[in-house]
Write a protein that binds this ligand. Structure first.
Ligand SMILES: Cc1ncc(COP(=O)(O)O)c(C=O)c1O
Length: 390
C-alpha cells in the first residue's frame, strides 16, 4: 500500500495571514470622509492588495466608498473586471509582450490604460484596433520620479498622437509623487508645478483633460489641495499612515503562528546562527515555525517583541537571535505558562480578538528591519495561508 503524500498546502503549517476586510472598509470610509464630494477614491490593490488578497481588498474598499480600482499589471486589472467588479479600473505597468497578449482583452473589458511614452501609446493604439475599442488613456507624466511617465520634452508629441487617433481618447493626466511622506520636502510642490505646466501643454495638443490625479496616501492625508479629481491611496487602505494623521486607520492584516516547542535554558545560552544572542538569565525559549521564507525580514532580527497567547493571558516575548529561513526563537521569560501550540501574533491587531498588550505592527517590523510597512506587508509569502475574517 502506498501512503498518499499530501501536496504542500499552507494550511498544514500553523502560519496564517488573517485579513480583516472590515478594517479596509472602515479605512476607506475614513479616507473618503476627507474628500470633497467631487473627488473619487481609487483603491490601489496592486501586489495582491498589498498582500491582503486583491479581490478581498478591492471588494472591501468598494464597500467603503472607493469607485475606482488601480492595479499595476493589466492581468490583475483584468482579474478585477472578470470578478465582476463593475467600476473604473486603471492599470499602468506593461511591456510590449504583455501589451500584445493582454491589452486587447483589457480594453474590451473597458479598463483604463496608463501610457508613459509615445511607444506605449503606440502599443495601446495597436491593441485598441485589435479589440475594436477606443482606449481611454491616462497620460503619466514624469515630474521627478524618473520611472514610468513621459518627460515633458515628448509630451506634446503624445498629445498630438492621441488627438489624431480615432482609437484613443484622453481619459486623464497623472503623476506619482516621490516624497509626499515628508510634508517638509519641497519636492512635492516642485512636482506639482511641473505637473500643472505639463497639463497645460497636453491640453493644448490633445484638448481638455477630463481628470487629473496625483495623490497617494501621504498626499491624501496631508495635502487636501492635491486631491484633484481622483486620489490613489494604497497603504492607508490597509491601515498604515505614511504621515502623522488624526484619521483613524486600523491594520487589516494579522500574521500569526504557533509555538512548536518550549525549552528551559540557563543564563548565557546562545541562540541562532552566528550566536548573536545570549540569554541574560535562566529562562524559557520558544520556537516559532516562521522565518524569512515566510516574509519576516532577517534584518529585523532581535528587534521586535511578539505576542504569545498563553492560557494565563497574552504575553510580550522578544524575538531573539537571527531570524532563520523557517523559524525564529522568542524569549518567553522564566516561569512562563506558554505551551507548544499556543498562538503567536507576529504583528497586527488579531482581527476580532485583539491582543492585550497590543501586538506589534508592520511598522514596528519595518523599523527594526530598516524598511517600510509596504515591504513588510507584501513580503508575507505564498506559503502563508490567507484567512479572511467573516
Ligand atoms: C501609481 C501608484 N499610485 C498610487 C500608489 C499608492 O501609494 P501609497 O501606498 O503610498 O498610498 C502607488 C503605490 O506605490 C502607485 O504605484
Amino acid at each position: 500500500m502506498t501512503i498518499p503524500i499530501p501536496a504542500e498546502d499552507p494550511r498544514h503549517v500553523p502560519n496564517r495571514a488573517l485579513v480583516d476586510p472590515s478594517a479596509i472598509t472602515q479605512n476607506t470610509r475614513a479616507l473618503t470622509g476627507l474628500l470633497e464630494e467631487q473627488t473619487a477614491l481609487m483603491a490601489v490593490v496592486k501586489a495582491d492588495g498589498y498582500g491582503h488578497g486583491m479581490l478581498t481588498a478591492a471588494r472591501a474598499a468598494l464597500e467603503g466608498g472607493a469607485t475606482w480600482l488601480g492595479a499595476a499589471h493589466p492581468a490583475s486589472a483584468l482579474a478585477l473586471s472578470r470578478a465582476g467588479l463593475d467600476v473604473s479600473i486603471l492599470t499602468w505597468l506593461y511591456e510590449p509582450h504583455t501589451a500584445r497578449s493582454i491589452l486587447p482583452e483589457a480594453l474590451r473589458a473597458g479598463i483604463n490604460v496608463a501610457v508613459g511614452s509615445p511607444e506605449m501609446l503606440a502599443l495601446v493604439s495597436e491593441a485598441a484596433r485589435q479589440a475594436d475599442r477606443r482606449a481611454r488613456v491616462h497620460v503619466k507624466i514624469d515630474t521627478g520620479m524618473g520611472r514610468g511617465g513621459v518627460r515633458r520634452e515628448r509630451l506634446r508629441e503624445m498629445g498630438a498622437s492621441i488627438l489624431a487617433d480615432d482609437f484613443l481618447s484622453l481619459g486623464a493626466a497623472w503623476t506619482h509623487l516621490t516624497s509626499a511622506d515628508d510634508p517638509e520636502d519641497p519636492a512635492t510642490d516642485e512636482q506639482v508645478e511641473i505637473f500643472d505646466a505639463a497639463c497645460e501643454e497636453l491640453a493644448e495638443e490633445a484638448g481638455p483633460i477630463p481628470l487629473q490625479h496625483l495623490a497617494n496616501s501621504a498626499a491624501l492625508l496631508s495635502r487636501p489641495d492635491l486631491h484633484r479629481d481622483i486620489v490613489r491611496p494604497g497603504i492607508a487602505l490597509y491601515g498604515y499612515a505614511p504621515v502623522p494623521t488624526d484619521t483613524p486607520l486600523r491594520p487589516a492584516l494579522t500574521l500569526t503562528s504557533r509555538l512548536a516547542m518550549v525549552k528551559d535554558v540557563p543564563a548565557g545560552a546562545s541562540v541562532g546562527y552566528g550566536r548573536t544572542h545570549r540569554t541574560s538569565r535562566d529562562t524559557t525559549l520558544g520556537l516559532v515555525p516562521i522565518g524569512y521564507a515566510d516574509g519576516l525580514h532577517r534584518a529585523a532580527s532581535g528587534g521586535v517583541e511578539v505576542i504569545v497567547r498563553t492560557e494565563a493571558g497574552d504575553r510580550l516575548a522578544p524575538q531573539v537571535g537571527r531570524i532563520s529561513m523557517d523559524q525564529i526563537v522568542v524569549d518567553l521569560g522564566p516561569g512562563t505558562t506558554a505551551r507548544p501550540g499556543d498562538e503567536v501574533v507576529l504583528f497586527g491587531d488579531a482581527g476580532g480578538a485583539p491582543t492585550d498588550p497590543v501586538a506589534p505592527t508592520a511598522e514596528d517590523w519595518a523599523r527594526a528591519g530598516d524598511t517600510i510597512p509596504y515591504e513588510v506587508l507584501t513580503s508575507v509569502s505564498g506559503r502563508v495561508a490567507r484567512e479572511v475574517l467573516a
